[in-house]
Design a binder for this molecule. Structure first.
Ligand SMILES: NC(=O)c1ccc[n+]([C@@H]2O[C@H](COP(=O)([O-])OP(=O)(O)OC[C@H]3O[C@@H](n4cnc5c(N)ncnc54)[C@H](O)[C@@H]3O)[C@@H](O)[C@H]2O)c1
Ligand SMILES: [Zn+2]
Length: 300
């Protein structure tokens, strides 16, 4: 068993080196496999160790956080953070198997239960309006960690994510729809120096990007209130606890690595469960800077 201190600050090349050296010194051969037992940090890190160990050995993802079950253990993205940004060094390495045991959620801190559900809400918005309504209806049971309700969410979210990823593993096309809410979430996380949970930033990002979609005439006006209600039902934040510097937010947005050729692009829903496709066939949309500025001003 190789272990390391919990937390995002461990998701580094240094920990990757320690884990890899641990395996090398134990003389594990090409017939070895890595079992990633833990939350998303463990999954990303152990997955990257597996992707690179002796040029790649199988990885078995055993997610124990709700975010890892619902999102990060599926799809094959692995990697570590750098001083230049999060997840900038890594590899696509699909897990051989994913084993999620809902009963582990019993000990997960409440804020992490809600944060994990933000990604489930995202799956509903991008692919399945009925699922979104079901999540809002199940919210009470989910927050109480009712195993049946948790199971329904994990199962449907994994189905949706796996379907999108199997269509576009390397994020050249449809996989970009999974970034709904994330362009603004990344700005919020950076502005808050990561003192906000990823799922909390995603909840804020989804509401902001839904409003942005309405403002540019892509998103149906009845979508934002439905998303907001679902976000509230799962005890996710609807506003930032501290005011941010508007100029700083905009500068961070321009830096975002997902902006292609300098222009910031957004994955935007057309209506609940259906993402909007641009005229060029792309699943992301350019938005006038003035509209972005206007949306970011709500956090300032
Ligand atoms: N690869 C992907 O596609 C993808 C997608 C989304 C997020 N991520 C990554 O996932 C990470 C976040 O994952 P996370 O939210 O699981 O954070 P995490 O791994 O840091 O886990 C959160 C905390 O909960 C603890 N924990 C985990 N399972 C527990 C349990 N059953 N009971 C009690 N405590 C438990 C952890 O030790 C940690 O302190 C980020 O690094 C993010 O970049 C990756
Ligand atoms: Zn996410």
């Amino acid at each position: 068993l190789l272990a390391f201190p919990a937390g995002e600050q461990s998701k580094t090349r240094e920990t990757w080196r320690e884990l890899t050296d641990g395996m090398l010194s134990a003389e594990y051969g090409r017939d070895a496999a890595v079992v990633a037992l833990g939350g998303g940090v463990v999954g990303d890190l152990a997955g990257f160790v597996a992707a690179t160990y002796l040029r790649g050995v199988p990885c078995i993802q055993v997610p124990t956080s709700l975010l890892a079950m619902i999102d990060s253990s599926v799809g094959g993205k692995t990697g570590v953070d750098t001083d230049y940004g999060k997840n900038l060094v890594g590899a696509f390495h699909q897990p051989a198997v994913v084993i999620a045991d809902i009963t582990t959620i019993a000990t997960l801190p409440s804020a992490h239960v809600s944060a994990g559900m933000a990604e489930a809400l995202k799956h509903g918005v991008i692919a399945d309006a009925v699922y979104l309504a079901q999540l809002a209806g199940d919210a009470g049971e989910i927050l109480e960690r009712d195993p049946a309700a948790l199971f329904r969410a994990v199962k449907r979210s994994v189905e949706i994510k796996a379907a999108v990823v199997s269509e576009d593993e390397s994020e050249r096309g449809k996989r970009a729809t999974l970034n709904f809410g994330h362009t603004i979430a990344h700005v919020i996380e950076a502005a808050m120096d990561f003192r906000v949970l990823h799922g909390e930033a995603v909840a804020l990002g989804m509401m902001a990007e839904a409003d942005l979609g309405v403002a540019v005439g892509i998103t149906a006006p009845d979508l934002p209130p439905t998303v907001r209600e679902a976000v509230c039902s799962l005890h996710l934040p609807t506003e930032l606890s501290t005011e941010q510097d508007g100029e700083k937010l905009l500068a961070l947005m321009r830096q975002d690595k997902k902006g292609r050729k300098g222009a910031v692009r957004f994955a935007l829903p057309r209506e609940l469960g259906i993402m909007a496709r641009g005229e060029d066939g792309s699943w992301t949309h350019k938005v006038p800077e003035s509209e972005i500025e206007h949306i970011l001003s709500r956090f300032a």
